[in-house]
Design a protein around this ligand. Structure first.
Ligand SMILES: Nc1ncnc2c1ncn2[C@@H]1O[C@H](COP(=O)(O)OP(=O)(O)OP(=O)(O)O)[C@@H](O)[C@H]1O
Ligand SMILES: [Mg+2]
Length: 471
């Protein structure tokens, strides 16, 4: 009894707690068994109620199990709802992203049927979304000439075969206008079917800019070609002009030289005349012995030889050599001065040659002589114009830091400073129209600069001008 009584309170205590739980969880079971309710309320039960007690326990366990299972199902349900909501939110985000993207995106199958096209794609081609998806194929968007190639590329990518992942093709707007497209695509699988996910970029503006650029480039190249052609023509024309001017200047120099030859001939011709007159007088006076005759003939022949040599020198003076050759600068100066000095003799202009006589230069001696003659002629002309006392022209030759330097200096008062910067220009002269051409110094500069790779400069000294040629 005590033992039984001793168990009840425990049993009752346990029932009280479990019973409250069970009662809260399953009210119907408590209604069906009032005894259980008594037990739950802590009403003592008769001591011989073992089987009943077991059944109560069993029932309570079942009820607890049921409640746990219900809780578990509720938890599963909640998790599933959460997952669905997350999925929906993810899908929404993804849709938002694709739909608001500026890149036109699509999904097509291997026949080119469009399974999905985003807003940007529809806007690009001028369609409403509902008119495109499931209704149009690539043939409505791609230019007929390129359609086959685009489909072929798409299929090859779907089949995992090598195909360009980015290429260009022509598209057609709904209104028929062409669109330049850049297409990228990669294979995807949706619901078990293979689809090609692609994107399109409208590169029409880029293409137009490119074509404008290449047109401009072509125009520029054309202009450059024309310019080069014109420059070539101008250079040829200028060369031809220089050649003609050189010839003109040479003719002018030759004209002067003929004048000089006339000067040079006058003296020997006079002498020859005297020899002949003497011969006649000696013959009339009976003084003409054989020896005297030989002497007079010798004198005459000597003078004639001199005249002939002058003609030969003149011929050689302007005879151009084919190739540049080393020549003695002093030799060229002496030869030029020999021709030139005859034209100075009447005006008592002194000509001095001084300096280093060993200088050798490799070039065209004829042209060098012509340049020098033009400078000498100017110095003489300046003396004739100004008419100062003790007129002189000094030609100097020096080696300065391994460069040959030739100076022509006069004491005729110098070049007017107002025009000194222009005297090498073609056709610049202060010596009266018709009389002079004004190309003497231009030719001298052209020869020195271009043919002898030298430099020619002018400066005024105390009493005259100095022309300086550096070779
Ligand atoms: N030694 C000089 N002294 C003063 N002026 C000079 C001297 N040399 C040249 N000039 C000036 O330079 C100008 C140009 O000389 P340039 O030899 O080119 O032509 P030009 O002598 O006038 O004519 P051209 O030589 O064609 O017969 C001369 O008109 C003259 O005014
Ligand atoms: Mg001159």
């Amino acid at each position: 009894m005590d033992a039984g009584l001793g168990r009840w309170p425990r049993c009752a205590g346990a029932l009280t707690a479990g019973g409250l739980l069970a009662a809260a969880a399953a009210g119907s079971a408590a209604a069906a068994e009032p005894a259980l309710l008594d037990a739950a309320r802590g009403v003592p039960l008769p001591p011989d109620c073992g089987a009943f007690q077991g059944a109560v326990w069993m029932l309570l366990a079942l009820l607890a199990l049921q409640s746990t299972a219900v809780g578990f199902l509720c938890w599963r349900l909640r998790r599933r709802r959460q997952a669905e909501e997350q999925l929906r939110a993810g899908e929404e985000r993804f849709r938002l992203l694709v739909e608001s993207s500026q890149v036109a995106s699509y999904l097509i199958d291997r026949d080119g049927a469009i399974h999905y096209a985003n807003r940007a794609l529809c806007a690009m081609f001028g369609y409403q979304q509902q008119d495109v998806v499931g209704k149009l194929g690539l043939s409505s968007l791609i230019a007929p000439d390129d359609l086959q190639r685009v489909l072929e590329n798409s299929r090859q990518r779907l089949d995992g075969l090598p195909a360009p992942s980015r290429y260009e093709a022509g598209g057609v707007h709904r209104n028929g206008e062409p669109i330049d497209l850049e297409i990228t695509g990669s294979s995807a699988s949706l619901g078990g079917s293979a689809l090609l996910a692609g994107s399109l970029l409208d590169v029409s503006r880029l293409k137009r800019a490119e074509s404008l650029l290449s047109q401009e480039r072509a125009q520029r190249e054309e202009m450059t070609r024309n310019l080069e052609e014109r420059i070539r023509e101008e250079v040829d024309r200028s060369r031809e002009k220089d050649r003609l001017m050189l010839q003109q200047s040479r003719f002018a120099a030759m004209g002067e030289m003929i004048g000089n030859i006339a000067h040079q001939w006058r003296q020997p011709l006079n002498k020859l005349g005297i020899v002949l007159q003497r011969l006649q007088m000696e013959q009339e006076n009976g003084e003409l012995t054989e020896t005297l005759m030989e002497q007079r003939v010798g004198d005459g022949m000597g003078l004639l030889l001199g005249l002939s040599r002058t003609i030969d020198d003149f011929r050689n003076f302007f005879r151009p050599e084919a190739a540049p050759e080393p020549f003695s600068l002093a030799g060229a100066v002496v030869k030029t001065v020999r021709f030139f000095e005859a034209s100075c003799a009447d005006y008592h202009i002194r000509i001095v040659i001084e300096g280093d006589s060993s200088l050798i230069y490799n070039g065209h001696v004829v042209e060098f002589r012509q340049a020098l003659l033009n400078i000498l002629n100017n110095a003489r002309d300046a003396h004739l114009e100004r008419g100062g006392a003790d007129p002189s022209i000094t030609v100097g030759l020096r080696d300065e830091e391994h460069r040959c330097v030739l100076t022509v200096r006069d004491n005729a008062g110098g070049v007017d400073p107002a025009i000194i910067d222009k005297i090498f220009d073609p056709y610049f002269t202060t010596r009266g129209m018709g009389n002079r051409t004004g190309i003497g110094l231009y030719m001298a500069k052209t020869i020195i600069d271009q043919q002898m790779q030298g430099r020619i400069m002018v400066r005024n000294m105390l009493d005259g001008a100095e022309f300086r040629i550096v070779l």
